[in-house]
Design a protein around this ligand. Sequence first.
Ligand SMILES: C[S@@+](CC[C@H](N)C(=O)[O-])C[C@H]1O[C@@H](n2cnc3c(N)ncnc32)[C@H](O)[C@@H]1O
Length: 326
Amino acid sequence: MKVSEPLFEFISPDIDYQIVNGDSLKVLIGIEDGRFDLIITSPPYNVGKSYETKTSIEKYLETQEEIINQLVRALSDKGNLCWQVGNYVDKGEVFPLDIYYYQIFKRCGLKLRNRIIWYFGHGLHASNRFSGRYETILWFSKTNDYIFNLDPVRVPAKYPGKLHFKGEKKGLPSGNPLGKNPSDIWNIIANDWETAMWNIPNVKSNHPEKTEHPCQFPIELVERCVLALTNEDSWVLDPFAGVGSTIIAAIKNKRNAIGIEKDAEYCKIAKQRINDLKEGKLRVRPINKQIHKPSGKDKVSQVPKEWLQLELEKVNGKYNEKSDQK
Ligand SMILES: C[S@@+](CC[C@H](N)C(=O)[O-])C[C@H]1O[C@@H](n2cnc3c(N)ncnc32)[C@H](O)[C@@H]1O
């Protein structure tokens, strides 16, 4: 094989994909009914990111509902829809977006299958409330006859050697050799480039998936949905595609995909990432890779010597309690 030839073990030649640079609503109106087996996205949260204009939550939801009506029309009868959101925050008050979105999807007749907690374990530290460490994914199906493949997304069991302790199967393994159901709490690392948790200088630029987009979601998270909620050759849609994480997760797993994104620069990055995937150059965090646990030997997991000094002073009675209570 010549070096310049695409490496088709990374993208099957039969797989089709498209990144459309445009406004979601306008593009969706031209898409036929029932085309997609999976619609998965992380929409703008109306929090004033560089790619959105913050408005009232009512106006924001009204605009989103118009888009959602089109999405439901474009969803196949066996299809699933995954809506990944966090909070809208106004003057310190928290509005969990999934609560608002749930009502919109119910009005469209969709049926909730799971409200998945995506736990990512780190992020910004809050000072006026507890620090937020999860977002949610609302997974809906269009009908009761929906695609769901559990085996491709099973995870290793904690105690694979567990045996039936009574009955006909007594003494035989009680688990599934393919692993266990991953449950509705997903511990998938997110945006770890925003903290120095790996004690690597400049983690941001070292993270395998980081681009200049401010809120990419991890490819691994989308892959789990793609594998469980579609079949090979299904069509997948992301109406707010950003830098193409959904498209990558889909085509990497032999699904066809369309992404709609209004920002031309993000479309360009998405296309570059797909080309990198084709050439085997895209750096992706592998699905189900263990999350780094500090060994205790890393400098970041050790108590700073300044704090040890404080402890000593406290024990010796030199520590001024009042100064700590400010
Ligand atoms: C939360 S980001 C999605 C990021 C994406 N999940 C990724 O991993 O790259 C939302 C994206 O929606 C885009 N967007 C916002 N409003 C849009 C609209 N009306 N039509 C198309 N794209 C839109 C923004 O430019 C932004 O890139």
